[in-house]
Write a protein that binds this ligand. Structure first.
Ligand code: 0WK
Ligand code: BGC
Ligand code: BGC
Length: 924
């Protein structure tokens, strides 16, 4: 046992006392016969070594550690679930490569009713040899011609048909309908196909044929079709074993053990491609001289060594080689040969199967040999039968060793001591060869005694199995189409985003001119960003985001120091009497002062109030309307600072000196502007969304003066409240708006901000569930619960580091019964919703920076944007998408986004500090 656990097969363990190939053989004919036949004898020890070696290679490949020349390939087949028999409909199946030089087309009708099966109608087409070795396109055109010739017999009309492509060659599958051919095997070697997607080649050929509209929705390996076609009434098969012209097997592996898959639950079908076992030379010691000759003369020398010892394409050839050898040594047929005996392919599987069949009398054997141009004596027939038996028995025993390795792998994978398993078998060797299955069964019992294996011949060669997979694929494809149709509503192109930018520019101009506009463009009376000379201690309040915060901000030469406390505003207070809300705010201030030892002190206070306010001064702001789930009564139309002062009086608290009320966008701009004087835009993308920027005073109607700048709070959350976003809003946006406490309001905000994205996703999931696309169509109570799908889930689900399995964990916590396909679709829904939000936000920022650039008549503008808000900060891709959209829509602006570290409370304190500084400098 070497370090990697693989077993070295002991050389020369063939016939006792027989020298290896190339050494002279003694003249005695019976000795010669014995030496020939002994070469095909495998000891139990050798079979166990082959079993162990195949198991080792399987587990290496599953872990993705396979050597460059993988002994076995372990190719995931993207078939996760065993069809649940409810599949129904008419499906076409095209089989290529399973039975050598023939192609088969089937029409399979699945009734969806257990035990009620309609006989598939099929037609076989012989593939001309030159097509198997010529340009690939010709082969696929031939397949398309056969398909339409087959369909000519059916009343198809212009019905769209779905086809499953059974392609029996080693392929890297990257999806149910995408499969790259690794290498041809068996008698095929067409050019221009290896490394290509064989589904696309078939689709192109069907299109060139142009006779029928056929969708190729699935491609499967013949072993998968065999496993899936496991006859009704028997235990579902979990292994598919094919011994036809070639040989291979597939089985249901635990998904978590397949390294290339990002899966930890459920099982996935893996095509082993064991035909290539031994291509790394490990079978050397048991290969006979005849195996080596056969391989040298084959289309693919050195490849598919294991297959060439088992597959029906080769058994006849091996027998021919041995018979020719014995004849040439005068042991058979009186030393005479025949063209058939000396030419490749002269002896076929059906010859071997019939001759080897104990029930076939010597007379029949001799007749077959005569058919091959030989004149067999009486003894010849018996010896030929022994040769056939030796070759086929070895094949069956080798196949059993490989199957035993699969059974052991299943035991390992399922951590089971014993195993009860159903194996579906398919292929000519099983159908034609009388003893193959019994030798296989016996040897499996010997090599895997703890496994109780039942063998179920697959009905109609796996055609029904392929149809089942096609039905599942058709369902998956239909679901994908419905998902794409739904998400297409959220995909905004450049023109649409440029349109939003232009509409926002227009609304900004109207708002600044004081005309009707969905953008109120509120003057904030903040005329300057901090110049660093501000000093002092300030209290700051920060209301309107996720948390209500009270802050003590110390502005000193050495910088700004902040101490803060977070308080929660319960929903019933945010939506209760205004007095109660402001009383709670004062209680928090008092609590904070007490904790900070500031009780009794009256520090200048800056109030970040993140709602639309018409300011008539720095310390006076009339609340226009609540947003973001707030609706406290008797506040709208009131001066918020007044309401705070009244509460201070009601609470007999020391007279707090409220100096400034600022919007959180302004606070954020000021806070970042303290570090970077180029910061002239404030952006919030959190519970709500909004932006402010430094506008030329001359452009602001209703405010005296036309020199210098003034910060404008755009209140862009309300953009589109005039219906101008109607072309972009979806039915899901309408549902969210209708269910909100301010229907028809804040439409732009409701497509972008954290308070709403989760709800948009939830409505899309409900819609897709009602279409049966998600969660098997089961609408759970929880999914129908408002706000159950938090926006933070989008950030978690879309994080690159989160594998699908974690996505599933989040969704299962929501009590959603889901498959891995569901998890993937939920991820795509989240991506579509957050991408649209980020792009719309980017279009808004592009409108603002372009406005500033044009205001200043600059060819190029360099500006910074101060940003805050949970969604912007926590979502893995949001900020990047916003920046990309701004680069696309405002290429003449170099925009730096500065994430605000201390929130807008610091900004409010700085606005207060500026106001205090200006007040001190103001001439008395
Ligand atoms: C933190 C700021 C605050 C603002 C909030 C927005 O200090 O003024 O309202 O960000 O983000 P949210 O908390 O709504 O996610
Ligand atoms: C191919 C397999 C196929 C097997 C049986 C082999 O040559 O590589 O993909 O399953 O033949 O048809
Ligand atoms: C408010 C704005 C605020 C924004 C971000 C919106 O709902 O109307 O005033 O700036 O949310 O918090």
């Amino acid at each position: 046992m070497d370090s990697k656990g693989s077993v070295e097969l002991q050389p020369g363990e063939g016939a006792p006392g027989c020298p290896q190939e190339g050494l002279p053989c003694p003249p005695d004919s019976s000795e010669l016969v014995r030496e020939c036949l002994n070469q095909f004898q495998l000891t139990e020890r050798q079979l166990r070594q082959i079993q162990a070696r195949i198991l080792g290679s399987m587990e290496l490949a599953l872990r993705g550690e396979a050597s460059p020349v993988p002994a076995v390939r372990m190719l995931p087949a993207y078939v996760g679930s065993i069809p649940h028999g409810t599949e129904q409909g008419d499906f076409l199946v095209l089989e290529l490569g399973a039975t050598g030089a023939s192609l088969r087309v089937l029409w399979v009708t699945l009734t969806g009713m257990e035990g009620c099966q309609m006989e598939p109608r099929s037609q076989e087409f012989l593939i001309p040899q030159e097509l198997m070795l010529g340009p690939g396109q010709q082969l696929f055109d031939f397949a398309a011609r056969c398909l339409s010739e087959f369909l000519d017999a059916f009343p198809v009309g212009n019905r769209r048909l779905q086809l499953g492509f059974s392609f029996s060659f080693p392929c890297h599958q990257t999806g149910l309908d995408r499969s790259i051919l690794i290498s041809w095997t068996k008698g095929f070697r067409c050019s221009g196909v290896e490394g290509q997607d064989v589904v696309q080649l078939l689709r192109d050929a069907i299109k060139r044929q142009g006779a029928y509209s056929v969708d190729v929705v699935a491609v499967v390996n013949d072993t998968v079709g065999t496993m899936m076609g496991c006859g009704p009434g028997s235990a579902p098969c979990e292994v598919g074993l094919v011994v036809d012209t070639g040989t291979n097997a597939c089985y249901m592996e635990e998904a978590r053990h397949v390294a290339v898959l990002d899966e930890d639950r459920g099982r996935v079908c893996v095509s082993i491609e064991w035909g290539s076992f031994g291509d790394d030379g490990v079978l050397g010691p048991v290969l006979t001289t005849f195996d080596r000759i056969l391989d040298q003369e084959s289309l693919n020398p050195g490849a598919q060594r294991f297959e060439k010892m088992i597959g029906g394409l080769y058994l006849g050839e091996l027998v021919r080689q041995v018979l020719a050898h014995l004849a040439q040594h005068g042991v058979l047929f009186g030393g005479r040969t025949s063209p058939a005996l000396l030419s490749q392919g002269g002896v076929l599987l059906e010859h071997v199967a019939e001759m080897e069949d104990p029930s076939t009398g010597t007379a029949r054997v001799r007749a077959i040999l005569q058919g091959l141009g030989l004149s067999p004596g009486a003894e010849d027939a018996e010896l030929v039968q022994r040769v056939c038996a030796a070759v086929c028995t070895r094949a069956a025993r080798l196949c059993a060793a490989a199957l035993a390795a699969v059974l052991t792998r299943l035991q390992h994978g399922r951590e089971q001591q014993t195993l009860q398993i159903a194996v579906a078998t398919g292929g000519q060797v099983f159908e034609r060869h009388p003893r193959f299955l019994s030798v296989l069964r016996e040897t499996v019992k010997l090599l895997a005694p703890e496994c109780d294996v039942s063998f179920t011949p697959s009905v109609d060669g796996g055609g029904r199995g392929v149809a089942m997979v096609t039905a599942v694929a058709a369902r998956v494809a239909a679901h994908r189409r419905m998902l794409e149709e739904t998400l297409a509503l959220f995909r905004l192109n450049h023109e649409q985003l440029a349109q939003v930018q232009a509409q926002m520019r227009e609304a900004m101009a109207q708002g600044l001119r004081g005309e009707a506009s969905s953008l109120r463009m509120l003057p904030t009376y903040v005329r300057a960003t901090p110049d660093g000379s501000e000093r002092g201690d300030f209290l700051a309040l920060d209301l309107g985001g996720t948390n209500f915060r009270v802050l003590l901000v110390r502005v000193a030469a050495s910088g700004v120091q902040i101490t803060s406390e977070i308080y929660s505003i319960p929903e019933h207070v945010a939506q209760g009497p205004g007095e109660q809300l402001f009383d709670l705010i004062v209680d928090c201030i008092l609590n904070f002062q007490q904790k900070q030892g500031l009780s009794g002190q009256s520090l200048p206070l800056g109030f970040t109030f993140s709602f639309p306010c018409r300011q008539v001064g720095l310390d006076q702001g009339i609340l226009l309307n609540w947003t973001k789930g707030f609706s406290a009564s008797d506040c709208e139309g009131q001066d918020v600072v007044g309401l705070l002062r009244q509460a201070i009086v009601r609470k007999q608290a020391v007279k707090l000196n409220v100096v400034a009320i600022v919007n959180d966008t302004v606070g954020t701009m000021m806070s970042c502007g303290y570090e970077d004087p180029r910061c002239e835009v404030g952006l919030i993308v959190g519970t709500g969304t909004n932006a402010c920027y430094m506008e030329e005073l001359q452009n602001v109607a209703g405010v005296a003066g036309d020199v210098g700048l003034m910060c404008i709070n755009m209140e862009w959350g309300a953009f589109g409240d005039d219906g101008s976003l109607g072309t972009l809003t979806t039915c899901f946006d309408e549902l969210v708006d209708q269910a909100s406490i301010n229907p028809g309001k804040q439409r732009f905000e409701k497509m972008i901000s954290g308070m709403y994205l989760g709800e948009i996703v939830r409505h899309i999931l409900l819609h897709l569930t009602s279409l049966g696309v998600l969660f098997r169509g089961q609408k759970t109570q929880r999914l129908q619960t408002r706000d159950i799908f938090k926006t933070k889930f989008l950030s978690e689900i879309e994080s690159d580091s989160l594998a699908l399995r974690q996505v599933r964990a989040i969704l299962e916590d929501l009590g959603l019964p889901l498959t891995s396909d569901d998890a993937l679709m939920v991820l795509e829904v989240c991506q579509a919703v957050s991408q649209r939000a980020a792009q719309l936000c980017g279009a808004g920022v592009a409108a603002v920076v372009e406005k500033i650039r044009e205001n200043r008549g600059l060819d190029k503008l360099t500006v910074s944007v101060g940003v805050d808000g949970t969604l912007y900060k926590l979502h893995p891709h949001f900020s990047g998408l916003v920046a990309a959209t701004v680069r696309e829509l405002a290429p003449r602006c170099v925009v730096t986004f500065l994430q605000s570290e201390d929130g807008s409370g610091k900004g409010a304190a700085l606005v207060t500090a500026v106001a205090c500084r200006l007040a001190q400098q103001a001439p008395v």
